[in-house]
Design a protein. Structure first.
Length: 82
């Protein structure tokens, strides 16, 4: 399943997560929540809140599981990479 990354454009940990995924050639979709507008921004923010119970970034959703923050070990585990 293709991961989905909820990020903020100015967040260091979000940028680090994008870089980590790219370095491992992992294809993913993402949204920079702070750059979205109107209803899309509200929808994305609600999705993060529903997943995590808070407004924390980054959030990587993989199937029915997710990772909050940059957690390399958890990402490796869920994505099956070394």
């Amino acid at each position: 399943m293709k991961p989905f990354l909820y990020a903020l454009s100015t967040c260091f940990h979000c940028q680090r997560t994008k870089k980590w995924l790219a370095e491992r050639n992992i294809s993913y979709d993402y949204a920079d929540v702070d750059l979205a507008t109107g209803e899309e921004r509200q929808r994305l923010a609600k999705e993060v809140l529903d997943l995590t119970g808070a407004s924390q970034f980054p959030v990587v959703k993989i199937g029915d599981k997710h990772v909050v923050g940059f957690n390399e070990e958890r990402l490796k585990e869920l994505l099956g990479v070394k």
